[in-house]
Every structure is written in structure tokens, then in C-alpha cells.
Design a binder for this molecule. Sequence first.
Ligand code: R5P
Length: 304
Amino acid sequence: MKDYLLFSGSSNQTLAKKVAEELHITLGKVDLSRFADGEVRPWIQEDVRDKTVFVLQSLSTPMDEYIMEMSLMGDALRRSAPKTMVAVIPYLGYSRQDKQHRVGEPISSRVIAKFIEISKFKEVIVVDLHNDAIVGFFQIPVTHISAMPVLVNAIKKLHVTDPVVVSPDVGGVRRARNFAYQLDADLVVMEKKRFIDRHDVSENFQIIGDVKGRTVIINDDMISTGGTIIHSADALRQAGATSVIVCATHAVLAGDAKTNLEKAAIDHLILTDTIIDSEDRLPKGTTIVSVASTIATAVLTIIR
Ligand code: R5P
């Protein structure tokens, strides 16, 4: 097995430590101090020459700080002659800006891909991208892993009889269909409307399929404001669903999401730890499942 080191940026050190535990290693030493004006000053305190180095950083809020920190860590590392550098990005911020939604806007996730490449990372590991096509924004190899197995396991533990998996929007149908297949469940699709001039606002209009008297499992890639999930849960209840389970990979949980989700008509909320899973961020009663072993497996595949 090749000689390698795993470093963590400051965005999700809990997950980085869990990945290190899975790999039976300790995290590489790095000092991430800041100057008084806020500039980050990474200082790598390991000998990385000829080693494969991994840097784990979720690009969650404050994503602009975290991408800069990761880029500077990349620059610091490459100046010490590692064999190769791999960015491990459990949550890729800006991934919803994956196209030019209107003239005059950037394709932000492509810019993020470029940032990672100019920081001299030679490979990337990502988890449940908002859109698979983002892989194509990178010129370097991308290992795109899925949290689906750990989420499916958590759902199976609830022993739901005859569930229906729901995609809360048309964009999530492929993911929800795979999920439904894993659970041997039916699939229902909802139509969600977004407004180009109103950020983070969505409305649900139609449910395509029957949920009357059934337990529904809403599956999404991320929960940000919670609007999509909360509106979906309400609409599904009105259509006769008896119980609502929600599972999503990325707990973005922006603004009042925590409070709003606590009040929502949801029986079980299952999220992963791609974004820091501190208790103050999570709605009470949330089940968190870890992607640490999935990431560790991807790391081992690269170094073997
Ligand atoms: C959108 O296409 C995504 O898959 C999620 O449905 C969305 O980002 C969730 O956002 P919010 O929680 O703010 O409704």
C-alpha cells in the first residue's frame, strides 16, 4: 500500500477524524491560524515528500472561506513535493449553480472545479453531487460516491411496510428511482416550481402517483431552507400519506431550516454528516448516518 496522509480543513473535522479512524491513521498535522484581518495561513507540519496526500474539506457555509482555505492548503502542500494530491469534498458548495439559469450569471460549480485544479489537486472524491454532469466540469479524475447505501440501511431499520419513495422534484427522479429500487418500493414524483427572481423559494403543485394510506419516503440530495421538504410533506399528507420519512445527503440547513423542520409534518428525518453534524445545527430527533466508511473506501481505492 502506498504511503499517504489525510489532512482536514476546518469545515468538517469531525468527519475527517472518523475517516481517519476508519483508515486506522491519525490526521496529518496542519495549523490553520488566521491573521487579525481574517486571512487564513495554513502551515503543513508533516513531511509530505513523495506521499499521496488527501485534503478533506466540505464546501459548506462559509463556503467562500472554505474554498480559499482548501486552495491555500493545496498550494502549501504542492510546494513540499508530494507524490499526488487528492481533494476530498463531501459537500460541493455552489453545486446548484451548475448551469447559467439566466443570461448574465456564472456557471459557478465549473468555477469551483477550476479552483480545485489550479490548487494542484490531481484527483477529487465527491459525495452525491447535485447534478452528475458536474463531474464533466473537472479535467481531473473524479470519484463520485453515493450516500445511498447508508441512507437505505437507516430506512430499513425503520421496518416500513409497503413504502413509497418520493422525488420532491423532477430533477431528483433518477436518484429516487434508484432509492426505490433498493427498498423495493414504488416511486412517486412531485412537480416543484422555482422562481428565477426569488432565491430559495419553491412551491409544490402536483403529485404524480398515489400515496393514499402509505408511508412516504422523500429523498433529496440536500436540504437547504427546508422549503422543498416541508411543502412536499404537507402536500403528501393532504393527499392521504399516513407517515412521512425524509432522507437527504447534505444537511445544508440554511436560515430557519432547523426550527421550521422541527415544526414540520415529518416523522423521521435522516441526514448524513457530509456537513458538520453539530447538535446546534440539527433539528431535534434527526438521525445522522455517517459517510466516513464510504469515503475511506474511496481513499483506499486510490492508494492501493
Ligand atoms: C434542488 O434542486 C435540490 O435538489 C433541493 O431540492 C433543494 O436545494 C432544497 O432546497 P430547499 O431546502 O431550500 O428547498
